[in-house]
Design a protein. Structure first.
Length: 298
């Protein structure tokens, strides 16, 4: 089995973390995150049409009734979900009448839902608390199962995955919805599971390898888990990609965030968490001596 010297390039991997984090921060600051009505409050309209229509045509109909900040998403073959910050009852009636005249909107299949700004703010707070609570539990679990030096690299990998996901959301202008929050929590679970598998192998090799440097142990551990990580990521991404292409609006929101986060989580456990762990552990006297001896022998 060929063992690749991944940790020889650990500083490049760590620099990549910085680039991804910077990308996420700049993207969010420049473009901002478009929060759905679940967090900002607003109006959601669901309508079913009898004749085909494009997103642009439906958006033009919405603009014609005086609503300029709408988001139109297709649902299935002949349905649309329209969200806006404000839409009066009169505007709603006029919109449905216009769509009925142009595309045969079914009055019985149309509906409007309002979400108040206070409820949206409360939902946003709960979503943030849920993510922070999940991260705190993960830190405690890794500290208990391994040691505290394993916890920080794992959290950096999680932040990397979530930051990349939010950065792409900001650049593409997609709405951050409740489905997005559910996807982020799923990403956290997937990423930490992959990281624990690599860390567990590192811990096993640390017992067996008495003279090798910590970087060599990590290289061997990554090589031993590489095939498993790639296969798991690919078999997970394939059905998610199918949902992203063929699913409805809500499923596509969920699948889009999952696809980015799981793709990032597939390499962050090996090339984000592991390099940071290596740098930290190499500072310990016993591993510092091993690294010096290995370097001298080489």
């Amino acid at each position: 089995m060929t063992v690749y010297p991944f940790m020889r390039y650990k500083w490049y991997f760590i620099a990549l973390v910085g680039v991804v984090t910077l990308f996420a921060l700049i993207s969010i600051l420049v473009f901002g995150l478009r929060l759905g009505i679940e967090f900002n409050g607003g109006v959601r309209v669901e309508v079913k049409l009898e004749r085909p229509a494009t997103v642009t045509q439906v958006r033009e109909a919405v603009s014609a009734v005086g609503v300029g900040d709408s988001v139109v998403q297709p649902v299935g073959d002949d349905g649309f979900v329209i969200t806006a910050s404000e839409l009066s009852d009169a505007q709603y009636d006029e919109l449905i009448a216009t769509l009925a005249e142009d595309f045969g909107a079914e009055q019985a299949a149309a509906g409007m839902e309002r979400v108040g700004p206070s409820f949206g703010a409360e939902s946003g707070q709960k979503a943030l608390i849920a993510v922070l609570f999940a991260i705190a539990v993960i830190v405690l679990y890794i500290t208990w199962r391994f040691e505290y030096k394993f916890a920080l690299p794992a959290i950096v990998a999680l932040v990397h995955d979530v930051a990349l996901t939010l950065g792409v959301y900001a650049v593409t202008g997609r709405l951050v919805t409740a489905a997005t929050v559910a996807a982020v929590l799923t990403i956290l679970g997937y990423s930490i599971n992959d990281t624990i598998i690599v860390f567990d192998r590192i811990r096993e090799n640390q017992i067996l390898m008495k003279k090798e440097s910590y970087a060599s142990m990590v290289d061997l551990s990554i090589r031993q888990t590489l095939a498993r990580s790639i296969n798991t990521a690919l078999t997970t991404l394939m059905p998610i990609g199918t949902i992203l292409l063929l699913g409805g609006a809500t499923l596509k929101d969920f699948a889009f965030a999952l696809f980015i986060g799981i793709a990032a989580g597939g390499y962050s456990s090996m090339f984000v968490a592991s390099p940071i762990l290596t740098l930290w552990k190499e500072r310990e006297p016993r591993f510092r001596k091993r690294a010096a001896a290995e370097k001298a022998a080489r």
